[in-house]
Every structure is written in C-alpha cells, then in structure tokens.
Design a protein around this ligand. Sequence first.
Ligand code: FAD
Length: 456
Amino acid sequence: MNDAYDVVVVGAATAGSYFGKLMAEQGMNVLIVDRLTSETLGRRLDIFHLDKEVLPGFGVPEPRPGDEDYVSEFQNGITLSPEGNYPKTTDYPFIVLHMPLFIKRLNRWAESFGAEISCDTEFADFVYDGNGKIAGVSLKKDGMVHTVAAKLVVDASGIAAVARTKLKDGYGVENFQVADHEKFYVVLRYVKLKDPTKDRVTRPCGWPAYKTWIAPQHDPDGAIIGIGHAHSFAHAEKAYEEFTSSVTLPEHEVLYKEQGTTPYRRPPYSFVADGFLAIGDSACTTKSFSGEGVTSGWTLCKIAAETIAPMIASGAAATRRNMWRVNTEYMRGQGAKLAHIMGWLGSAVSCTMSEQEFMFKNDIVFSDKALTDTNRHFEAKMSVVEMLGWAVKMLGGVCSGQFRLLTVFGMLRSLSIAGRIKKHYERYPDSEEAFDGWRQEADVLWSRVHGVLREE
Ligand SMILES: Cc1cc2nc3c(=O)[nH]c(=O)nc-3n(C[C@H](O)[C@H](O)[C@H](O)COP(=O)(O)OP(=O)(O)OC[C@H]3O[C@@H](n4cnc5c(N)ncnc54)[C@H](O)[C@@H]3O)c2cc1C
C-alpha cells in the first residue's frame, strides 16, 4: 500500500471492484480495500442471480459453463397469484452464480487493469485538508493505522455505508443510515427436493403476495426458497409460515439458511461531494421491485467512472461541482425509473389477497408484458389505452364486488404521485445552484408515497 492514490475505494465486492476496474482502465491509480480477508470476501451470500442481457453493456466478462463461479442459467421466470393461479412469464434471462467466486473474478479483472486490492484492511475515517475537504482516508491494517491520500474516496461498503454515514452534516451527500424499517430482510432456505425427478426447479417461480420465490441453485436436486420481508427477520419467518400454510411447495428438506438485508429506500439526492462518491448498496441503488442490486449498482458506477476519470486525468479536482454530471445522468435515467416504481409499488402489493387474485386474472399490473418490461426496462411500457384498460377492468371489479373502490383510489393516487416523482427526477438540475429547490420539492413528493415498509 502506498501513501497516495488517485482513488481509494472502500469495499471490494461487486460495486467496488467494478468501479475500481473502470477507473484503473482509464489510467487512474486505484486502491480498493476490504475489511474481510480474500478467503471470506463475498461469503455473506452464496448463490445469486445476475441479469444476462446487460453484461455486454457493462463490459463484464460473461461467466460460462465450466467456470468456477458459474452454476446455471434460465431464460424466464414465472409469477403466480396468491392462490397459485394465472401464471405470468417474465421473459428475461439470468445467470446463476456463486457470489464469492464471482467477486474473485471481478477482483482479478480489476487487478489486471492495475488496481491494487488490499484485503483485511478496514476504513476507519476520512482525512481532511486545511479547508475541511476530504483528502484521503485512515485505514486499519495489521493493528496499525495507515493514512492514505486520495483525490477521490469512494464508499462501496454495502448497506452499512461506513464512509457515507461518517460524512459531516451538510457535506454534500446525505449521511443517513438505512433504518431498520427501510430494509428488506431476506431469508434463503437451501433445500433438497424429496422427488427431484418430478419437482426439479429449473427457473424461478415467485408469489408477490407473500414476497416469496423458489429458484434453482447449484445442486440440481435442490432449490432455494426465498422470502424478502419488511421490518425484521422475525416478520419474514412469520410471513414464511403463512406462505407455506397457503401454498403447496414441492416436498423438501431444509439443509441450511442464509439471510441478509437489502436497502429499500430512496437513494441520497446527491452521490457526489468534494472528494467523495457513494456507489452500490451504500448509495441504495438496488432495484425497487426486486431488491437485486448488482447490475443496477453498476449503472451508477459506469456513469461515475466515465465522468470522473477523464476529469481527474485533466487535472481538475474531484469537487461536487465538477462531478455533478454523475447525479444528473443517473437521476434522470435509471434513478427516475426506480423512483417511479418505488412510488407506486406499495399500493399494488398492499391490496388484499383476493384483489391480487383479481389483478392476476385480469392482467392488471401482473401481466407477462408488464413484468417482463419492468425487469428489462425498469418500467412497464404502457400506452394510455392500456392504462385506461386497467382502470376499466378495476372499475368492473368494483361493480362485481371483487375490488374495493378504496383500492382503486389508492392505486390511482399512488400512480399519480409516482408519475410526478419520475418527472421531477427527469428534471434533476444541471448544476448545484438549482439543487436546493429541487430537493425541497422531492421531499414533499416522497412524503406522500404510500410506504411498503412503513405498513403493518
Ligand atoms: C439474501 C440476498 C440475496 C440477494 N440476491 C441478489 C441477486 O440474486 N441478484 C442481485 O443482483 N442482487 C442480489 N442481492 C443484492 C446484492 O447482494 C447487493 O445489491 C450487492 O451485492 C451490493 O454490492 P455492494 O458491492 O454495493 O456491497 P456489498 O456486497 O455489501 O459489499 C460491501 C463490501 O464492503 C466491505 N466493507 C464493509 N465495511 C468496510 C470497512 N469498514 N472497511 C473496508 N471494507 C468494508 C464489506 O466487507 C464488503 O465486502 C441480494 C441481497 C441479499 C441480502
């Protein structure tokens, strides 16, 4: 480890390694640190799903059969109503991978472009210059504290956001901790199927009413049964009991469980401050409809690397002002779409079970096209006529007593607020000067959103 780098990245998992590679590739002198050892890095999860179609756009080498991190892949998934009816097909391919081995692949990739990775090295604090601006980090390694100068410090430390949460108030990026009620508590059961010939799981099948799914894993005679729930792991387990008493799963034996949390809240309104950038789960860029965050996190990484590396190379300082384009590009694109979904999702999933059954039956929200579009484009590409079609069907449901008028109004209200949030994000200011006014209006809009996680 040297005394000075262009960029120090805190966290060497999917976001940190990817961003480090992009910066090193553009000639930046990059140090990536992780508090874990190289043996334990990424071990918090084993199996995960990576969107296949978007890999070429990120330039990430695609894992292939025979590679150590590769498990399998599937072309589509099924979504079922609360009573297990009206299957909808999401036509969107995923690769099933081992997370720790995939992170090793990304680490090697970053190193091949010249990034230095230091494991067993913990971020302790920022180092500031005489003007109170971030000028580096202090790191703990081998029982010693090392001070390292950096033009840019990047928080890629996951949901804990160890660096972002240490920023001083008003420094330029919000320093909130993701609160307990702003997390999804995900429990994964690795199971052995009793009759794999009959019940083999080759693609995922989800029940949004229970926030549960069953998906393939590395053992073809096994599966993963997952639940992602609000509030706590205890709530997730209680909801799982309700799920298993309502839905018949293939007979299985639970071998072991994995659990973790994923952020479910809006990202900070700015990702950049003087000498600082937040990416990955530390920036809450997970997909609001699924909690997956690897590729959605890379979108911000790519925008940031394309903006910041040429800027530093030209001799400009990594100030909030100079890096502002990172915010504008992200917020007006993926940020606006994910904010839109977060704006209306709460009302859709808090319908009663019988209302959801009605929605599945009538292709309202839960249709092949809407689910596929949401995965692929982060928005259901609906025409006005199609939207009106949903409204007419819902009103039909009200007349026949299958849908409450209250629910229709709730959904229309949520869709209207979500639409306003999207438009607001699409008008994200070009420069810092107009930011305060934009932020105040954004706060008002978010305060009107029906929370998925505040409920109960
Ligand atoms: C159960 C579960 C299943 C999931 N499945 C999927 C899936 O199938 N597909 C998908 O796309 N997403 C999935 N996600 C979400 C996904 O795991 C995250 O969005 C993504 O891994 C975040 O990557 P990251 O690099 O930002 O953070 P992390 O993967 O959390 O990595 C942060 C790194 O920072 C390091 N660190 C922390 N503190 C310090 C410190 N003080 N000093 C130095 N280093 C530090 C950590 O050791 C860690 O290595 C899942 C999440 C959960 C909980």
